[in-house]
Design a protein around this ligand. Sequence first.
Ligand SMILES: C[S@@+](CC[C@H](N)C(=O)[O-])C[C@H]1O[C@@H](n2cnc3c(N)ncnc32)[C@H](O)[C@@H]1O
Length: 488
Amino acid sequence: MTPSPPEYWVAKLTPNPGVNYTVTLWSTTAASVDDQSCHWDRERSALRAALREAAESGDTKRAQALAKKLNSLNDSFLGNLFSLRAHADAALTRESGLRAALRADNGVLGYALGSVAMQVLLQLPDERGVDQHIADWRNAAPEVLDGSECILQSCTPEEATQWQEKHRAKSNSILKLGEATPATPFRHITVLGREATDALLPGEGKVMLDATLGGGGHSELLLRCGASVWGIDRDPAACAAARKRLESYGNRMHVMAGCFADAKELLHREGIESVDGIIADLGISSPQVDTPQRGFSFLTEGPLDMRMDPNSPRCAADIVNNAPEEEIADILHRYGEERASRAIARRIVQQRTAAPITTTMRLAEIICSVLPRRGRQHPATRSFQALRIAVNDELGQLESLLKNGLSLLHKGGRFAVITFHSLEDRAVKRFFEHVSKKELDRPEWPMPRPNPDYTARVITRKPITPDAEELTANPRSRSAKLRVLEKI
Ligand SMILES: C[S@@+](CC[C@H](N)C(=O)[O-])C[C@H]1O[C@@H](n2cnc3c(N)ncnc32)[C@H](O)[C@@H]1O
């Protein structure tokens, strides 16, 4: 295929946010290897059919010639098979860098890797031009995206939707889908804002850590009380939104991209050894769940992604399509407390052999085919929660945050944690109880022993929950529980 003349290539495009583009780049991908092996299969089937026909009609001369041809084709196929597979595996490995770059690019609404070309549907979300997006992808995967040929075509929102529809049908070639709509602003209603702020006793000169920055709601409440805040989020979109929202607080607000499990290292790198208070408002933000492209919601069509950090290596589709059945069942059971975990895992594995499960709605349909809807909760709720927890290692992250967080606090410093489901709340409650016990006792011990982890006292014997006014204003706050601890 000859690329179109370079006049279509817009190297320096005037930024034009909100306009959709399709970009075709020429690439050598694993798909080209599969195409080659399909071509072989087709040729072999055709030869076999011709051979059968010649043998049945008694044309031995032609049958012999065809048999010879088939043998030599088989030989060359087998001879090439191993190098071909190795080539395909290497190509897949190289492509993973490209996929990660495309997934991380907030302008990419969809992409399809073909045998000689890759198509990307791009919407310019910010001041970066098309050329900058393409340069990023090329830098991420120079072996896959070759040369400079590129066809760039602008398209209307309707055409962008048509592009998505066309590629949606080919679920094995489309790897990421998004809505062809302008980017929505970051809107998240802060949960238990007043209660958490009051509990942390912020004030002039105090240094606070907001371990889950999100839209910066809790940070702003702390800043308004005169404190300085170090905010962490693993989602680049949240960091960008919070940075913008809180820029008027100048050098009292610091935004750090990263995981809260690494809070200690992130703060030490900035020269902060300890803090006066920590707020962790766990889970996902409204923009994460409301953006179909992020793949958290079973109510809207999107890629089966669910990563809070789009650069992290494993998304939900990787688990659903590659993990063994027992591992999937285990995830659904452990993190979703899903009673039908085994039946759902079995159905997922049956269905993925027919075609990879790449979208949220397809997974939701598969779950609904096992679990009929009963009551108000959607049958996919628990499974989606479980996959999200597994993809983001949420409980592992929480365990590290609790341990490291407590060691970061000054004496008298407060630790406020807001949870949204029972697994998180249980982990926080147990940790708070453990570190606030002077002594530990076990039936097999003759007498209680001093607790080496005793360093804190629990401020909230019972968790604080949203009041009626907050529940009415923000129904998403309904499962929130705030627990507070003080370092002694
Ligand atoms: C509920 S939102 C926080 C909202 C924020 N308190 C506000 O009022 O705007 C939770 C945020 O924590 C982030 N997050 C969750 N787990 C994280 C982790 N392990 N490390 C860093 N950020 C995390 C999510 O990306 C999300 O933006």
